[in-house]
Write a protein that binds this ligand. Structure first.
Ligand code: NAP
Ligand code: MG
Length: 394
């Protein structure tokens, strides 16, 4: 390796899995250069969460990071870890610094069929992670008139009539910014070019003419001015369509699509897609910033229930696939940026070995019930034995 990957360690069972992946699958084969940050909750607390900011800044500097799942503290964690403060979600902090879009992609394995039989290739959801109902204000209205007032920076007021209430009801106001929508658009276009998959973007602009219309127009402008030539050269398609049409097309499709969704649509659809492809433990996630910085992770959390078993000395069977693919994603990216074909090849081989191990019938407990393949009886392995089985194939 020439340039280090930024390595962000995490919590609980995924921290255990993290070390095993490195010991069993990476360090024996790769002369790993990593810029290490311990984002485990005890260290975040010790450093007043400065370590999270440092890790995000290092990611800005080097361009590629790999992150382990981390605890987002709540009231119960305050006492469990004796915390100084209820620290914010590390992913939220990192996202705010890198200003990116999150892409979630399933890992497909022969033997674990998606619930939609026509889906042969992954469907990647790109969720806009700012604004709309997640930053909305809402409230009750009684009999009377609801108005929306905009005061410009010179004090000039414009108002819109929302509704004349004859009786009780509710009102909601939400916003987004051109800057955030532009970042979202560029991240989506960059990602689609990177993976050479068609990009679909959907909103409901026929109904929400100004609000969703703005999303549509910003995507169109950026596409035409900055990406059209690149897409045509790469043979990658960009399609804008209505959200209901997109849903129908996705279900009928063979997959192999990047589907860019507004915040709420992405929230809802990513859970549907993850479930339809089989398991959250097989879902990878990458944060792509508009200036081309990549942070790879698993989509699942720290698998707390398994960790408590592990602490009691009981055997665990925790699925490491999404975390392995976070590592291979980061190493492949580093390899292609630094022109290290051996590193790119290693990432590909490790992914293939992982998939073939499962296809050969060796897997973790969560997959056993989902696996159906003629002539192969699925066998449940412990966390460590599954990693060793992959290493053997590798
Ligand atoms: P979770 O860690 O994703 O686990 C929920 C359940 O899903 C597990 O109990 C397990 O089911 C199953 N599961 C998830 N990943 C698995 C894997 N790799 N292998 C096998 N089974 C797996 O979600 P959570 O329990 O709601 O959250 C735990 C902690 O993770 C929280 O503190 C939360 O803040 C944090 N979190 C972090 C991130 C992140 O860093 N990106 C994301 C989400 C949550 P069974 O118990 O039935 O086996
Ligand atoms: Mg959701």
């Amino acid at each position: 390796m020439k340039t280090p990957v930024v390595e962000m360690d995490g919590d609980e069972m995924t921290r255990v899995v993290w070390k095993l992946i490195k010991d069993v699958l990476i360090l024996p084969y790769v002369d790993l250069k990593s810029d290490y940050y311990d984002l485990g909750l005890p260290n975040r607390d010790k450093t007043y969460d400065k370590v999270t900011v440092e890790a995000a800044n290092a990611t800005k500097k080097y361009g590629v990071a790999v992150k382990c799942a981390t605890i987002t503290p709540n009231v119960q964690r305050m006492t469990e870890y004796n915390l100084k403060e209820m620290w914010k979600s590390p992913n939220g902090t990192i996202r705010a610094i890198l200003d990116g879009t999150v892409f979630r992609a399933p890992v497909l394995v022969d033997g674990i069929a998606p619930y939609i039989p026509t889906w042969e290739k992954p469907i990647v959801i790109a969720r806009h992670a700012y604004g709309d109902i997640y930053k909305a204000v809402d409230g009750f209205a009684g009999k009377g008139k609801a108005e929306l007032v905009f005061t410009d920076d010179k004090g000039e007021k414009t108002s819109l009539n929302v509704f004349d209430f004859k009786d009780n009801g509710v009102v909601l106001a939400m916003h987004n910014t051109d800057k955030s929508i532009e970042s979202f658009a560029r991240s989506c276009f960059n990602y689609a070019l990177e993976v050479k998959m068609p990009l679909w973007f959907s909103t409901k602009d026929t109904i929400s003419k100004k609000y969703d219309g703005r999303f549509k127009a910003i995507f169109e402008k950026i596409y035409n001015e900055e990406y059209k030539d690149k897409f045509e050269k790469a043979g990658v398609e960009y399609l804008y369509t209505l959200i209901d049409d997109a849903v129908a097309r996705i279900i009928r499709s063979k997959g192999g699509i990047v589907w860019a969704c507004k915040n709420y649509d992405g929230d809802v659809m990513s859970d549907m897609i993850a479930t339809a492809f089989g398991s959250l433990a097989m879902m990878t996630s990458v944060l792509v910033s508009p200036d081309g910085i990549y942070e790879y992770e698993a989509a699942h959390g720290t698998v707390t229930r398994h960790y408590y078993k592990y602490l009691k000395g009981e055997e665990t069977s925790t699925n490491p696939v999404a975390t392995i693919f976070a590592w291979t994603g980061a190493l492949r990216k580093r390899g292609s940026l630094d022109e290290l074909p051996e590193l790119v090849a290693f990432a590909e081989k490790l992914e293939k070995a992982t998939i073939r191990t499962i296809e050969g019938g060796e897997m973790t407990g969560d997959l056993v019930g989902l696996f159906k393949k003629d002539g192969v009886t699925p066998k449940k392995l412990s966390t460590e034995d599954f990693l060793k089985a992959i290493a053997k194939r590798l």
